[in-house]
Design a protein around this ligand. Structure first.
Ligand SMILES: [Zn+2]
Length: 250
């Protein structure tokens, strides 16, 4: 059966001397593995469309196993991401999170749109840390461990100051925070911004700017939360952290 999809390359591995296997995240079919025969040959018509983060129309033969790529056509190549090692690191982390949080052939159009917008705004040079934070916040519900950010987990209060409980999965007000001795102290700005990031449309990215100190706190909360619930540190995240240190030294 011939399938036609709009998709973005989220993973690519060499297969044999001349072939590549790419993983596409598509609007119509979710995640799909596709064999691109001859894609490693210098003059292959598949060489551009099988690059990491390439966004295009893909035509492939779809059976039980891997699809067989027949044709690809560029919609957006996200070249500035590929040409910038820092942006590549951010995009790779987003792509790996998406990969970890999704199964093959389970379409999820909102997630496709979110992923596309994230790459688009990275490519347009918007603040990569904020893009990554929004993506991470929204992926929490895809993974099935969305935190409570609107009210105290214990008493439901919406007023007062809040701590973040990794163990309980969200906010605890100052009256209830004792129930988790390992709670994280967070500033009122962080409690508010976590909620904003979680509900915000990526299209409104231009309207938000976050202070460095607040970003640091958000990073700590998200790192601890992901470590607790995902249980593994992604390769791309480790790399991103090393890149951050390098950047500080420049
Ligand atoms: Zn409470």
């Amino acid at each position: 059966m011939l399938a036609k999809c709009e998709g973005i390359v989220i993973r690519t591995i060499d297969y044999g001397e001349t072939n590549k296997i790419i993983t596409l995240y598509t609007r119509e079919a979710g995640k799909v593995g596709v064999m691109a025969r001859g894609a490693k040959k210098p003059n292959s018509r598949f060489s551009a469309v099988t690059q990491l983060f390439h966004f295009g129309h893909y035509l492939f033969l779809s059976g039980r196993g891997l699809g067989q790529l027949q044709q690809g056509e560029t919609i957006e190549s996200f070249r500035s991401i590929r040409e910038d090692i820092f942006l590549t690191a951010y995009a790779s982390y987003i792509a790996e999170l998406l990969d970890k949080g999704t199964e093959e052939r389970k379409p999820h159009e909102a997630l496709f749109n979110l992923f596309y917008q994230s790459l688009h705004y990275l490519d347009e040079q918007y603040d990569p840390e904020v893009i990554v934070n929004i993506f991470e916040m929204k992926m929490l519900s895809v993974f099935g461990f969305a935190p409570e950010l609107n009210r105290c987990l214990n008493c439901g209060a919406q007023d007062g100051s809040f701590a973040f409980s990794i163990r309980e999965g969200g906010l605890l007000c100052h009256r209830c925070e004792e129930i988790d001795p390992y709670r994280m102290k967070i500033s009122p700005a962080v409690a508010r911004i976590l909620r904003v990031l979680y509900y915000m449309d990526m299209d409104r990215l231009g309207t938000i700017s976050i202070k460095d100190a607040t970003k640091k706190e958000i990073r700590q909360v998200l790192d601890a939360y992901y470590e607790e619930y995902l249980g593994i540190e992604l390769k791309t995240k480790r790399f991103l952290r090393q890149m951050g240190k390098m950047k500080d030294q420049l």
